[in-house]
Design a protein around this ligand. Sequence first.
Ligand code: ZN
Length: 193
Amino acid sequence: MAHRDGRRVQAPALISAWIRALPSVDAVRPPRCPRCEASSRPVGRRLNLVGHGRRSLVLFGAVELEDEPGFIDLVCRRYRCLVCTAVCLVVPRGVVAGRRYLMPAIGVALALWSLRLLPPDEVRRRLSPFLLTGASATGWASLRRWARAYGTGDGTLRERAARFAQALLATSPLSAQTHAIEPRIYAASLHHS
Ligand SMILES: [Zn+2]
């Protein structure tokens, strides 16, 4: 699937606004082709990056922090480069390439586990749309995978995840004086690409 849609480009639009109203082809046209870097609309010339239909992604998570985790059917826009013929998929902020979970779900999961020290099963219960059953309820493979992918520095997976969560918190637009970890991580994750 990845090769058919080519590279993913994250638009500045947030996923919440995107779901309320799919932005127009013009509104989220990338400034340049992600492959050959041709300008998408050179001044006074024809467009280089043209709309190339839509594609739906099924993603996991919650669009707002208060929402229950669920399955999100997200309509994304595709563009085709008339210079190099590459096709790219434009997604809103909160969607990261190669992951089915929204970035806010990943950020909050890592923070609950590494900063709040919740057990993986509890983190999973709060953030996964899948019901827990039997043996599969032990641990959460996704959590370990994210900790490996995003964690930084030395130490255990949890310690490395904590470092990532702290660094993410430092970029949050919400103040530590007035907001708990979860909303701060959530807001910061929306701007993580
Ligand atoms: Zn191109």
